[in-house]
Design a protein around this ligand. Structure first.
Ligand code: AMP
Ligand code: ZN
Length: 498
């Protein structure tokens, strides 16, 4: 297999992936702050991290992947200003901060499932506060100073602060005058003291008084504890390249007494945008996965949409774009249906023996057989694309090449499809055509009623009674059903979106 090359934000260059521990890959992904629903932009970050993880597995590496759950410490500004996001949401909703965190974590995990993001470890920040305090104690003498509001990290005490962001001691917007007494604009909180006379729902005792950890600390502590130092890859959205990750690196350097940033490769996905710009929670207007489902889309149409763009490019969301992604998914599922109809048993993994690993299987058997050999070309294309910094747009076309191949044994096609899908994560095998029908939550008509009306229409057409046939079509249209005569994918109808 070719080398896997990944774009390292630290050097802004592609770099061959060389695991620190032979045969293993250890990946840390900054997880969500669970004070609200995750929007589909956030979910793009996890689809990207999952595709990376699946690619590493495809290379035969044993993957350890952590996505932390931020259930404490994140302020409404990344630069130590504003309110505590958890406490603010709790006050607004009349619930405890703990309940808020649990609820949104559950919704997040359900969304990951619906998008076929494989289940990584999901540790919660609140379970690591003691370790965070230990880190604070270890760093405080050489790297921190105390103010009335908390313990702050002095970014001038570590070499090359901000190398990742390419902006040294950033005096940029959002950092000016955020906290009185800071030595450098970029200094950040390690511990935030509860103001005198106040009680927070989430607070702990510490050498610096009652309070809560700063947000940046949790990722340094949790990555070290769960993956060891150094580890292989750290991922997050591109906004984290500017503040959060430089601060993590500074803490890692201070704690480990080394210039090393702790992860070998730092990777960042670009934003999902819409007409107004970056999709963000603070703007108040954002789309969640459930909105797409309520409008009738299968959640994996969104995964397809993400895979169609390279993770380092911006991706603009539009309903037309989602329609196109759904159509592409439908076409693939339709091609698989043809394979299924040839009585190949294609349950999700039954094309493999139970203990076979689809990720590594292809290269170890059958390639000498002439027919297998023909299938090797699209596999090569697939791997070359994927190993070139996860070029999923091209990898998808390799999968389509396989699905479109004529005169190849369906069983073999199915096996190769399963190999590719084990990396792309579209979950093609368990999906059936019917699952992909647009079905908005607001639909007033049931599928049985539609099928019954279509049967009547078919009968009328057979008798050349076009007046009745047209009347039935209009009747259906009035109920939001579009009849799709001659649809290239063979769909008879769809429900119009509200
Ligand atoms: P947060 O809960 O705000 O920390 O965000 C969770 C993850 O989503 C982080 O990795 C962010 O960088 C990422 N993210 C936030 N907004 C977007 C967006 N519009 N598109 C892609 N990723 C995003
Ligand atoms: Zn993080």
């Amino acid at each position: 297999m070719t080398d896997l090359k990944l774009f390292n934000s630290l050097t802004r260059e592609l770099q061959p992936f060389e695991p620190i521990h032979p045969g293993e890959a250890r990946v840390y992904t900054c997880g969500p702050t669970v004070y609200n629903y995750q929007h589909i932009g956030n979910m793009r970050a996890y689809i990207f991290a999952d595709t990376l993880g699946r690619t590493l597995s495809h290379k035969g590496l044993k993957l350890s992947h952590v996505i932390n759950i931020t259930d404490v410490g994140h302020l409404t500004s990344d630069a130590d200003a504003g309110d505590d996001k958890m406490e603010k949401a709790a006050a607004a909703q009349g619930k405890s901060a703990w309940d808020i965190a649990r609820y949104y974590q559950e919704v997040f995990e359900a969304d990951l499932d619906r998008l076929n993001v494989r289940k990584p470890a999901h540790p919660r920040a609140t379970d690591y506060v003691e370790s965070m305090i230990e880190w604070g104690k270890a760093m405080q003498d050489k790297h921190c100073y105390e103010l009335g509001s908390g313990l702050y990290f002095d970014v001038s005490t570590v070499p090359e602060y901000g190398r990742l962001a390419r902006a040294v001691t950033d005096d940029g917007e959002g950092r000016i005058d955020t906290v009185e007494g800071k030595r450098n604009a970029a200094d950040f909180a390690i511990w935030r003291k509860t103001p005198p006379g106040e009680t927070r729902q989430m607070e702990w005792d510490s050498p610096w008084g009652k309070g809560a950890p700063g947000w940046h600390l949790e990722c340094s502590v949790m990555s070290a504890e769960l993956l060891g130092h150094p580890f292989d890859i750290h991922t997050g959205g591109i906004d984290h390249r500017e503040i959060h990750h430089p601060n993590e690196i500074a803490q890692n350097q201070a704690h480990n007494c080394s210039a090393d940033s702790a992860a070998t490769i730092w990777m960042h996905n670009n934003f999902l945008i819409d007409r107004r710009g970056k999709m963000s929670k603070s703007s108040g207007e954002f789309l969640v996965l459930q909105t797409l489902v309520d409008r009738g889309y299968h959640p994996l149409a969104y995964r397809m949409m993400c895979l169609q763009a390279h993770y380092r490019s911006e991706l603009e969301f539009s309903w037309q774009g989602l329609d196109a992604a759904l159509t592409r998914l439908k076409r693939m599922v339709l091609q698989l249906t043809t394979l299924r109809s040839r009585e190949v048993e294609l349950g999700s993994i039954s094309v493999f023996q139970p203990d076979e690993d689809p990720a590594v299987i292809w290269t170890v058997r059958d390639v000498e057989d002439e027919e297998w050999g023909r299938l090797q070309a699209p596999l090569d294309k697939f791997q070359v694309a994927l190993f070139d910094d996860l070029n999923t747009p091209i990898a998808l076309t390799a999968l389509e090449d396989v699905l479109g191949m004529k005169k190849v044994d369906p069983f073999k096609k199915a096996r190769l499809t399963a190999v590719m899908d084990s990396v792309l994560g579209l979950g093609l095998f368990p999906i059936y055509r019917e699952d992909l029908r647009i079905r908005p939550k607001t639909a007033e008509i049931t599928e049985e009623e539609i099928e019954e009306a279509l049967a009547r229409r078919k009968a009328a057409r057979a008798e050349k009674d076009f007046a009745t046939s047209d009347a039935i079509r209009d009747e259906l249209a009035a109920k939001g059903v579009e009849v799709m005569d001659g649809d290239p994918l063979g769909w008879e109808w769809k429900l119009a979106q509200s």
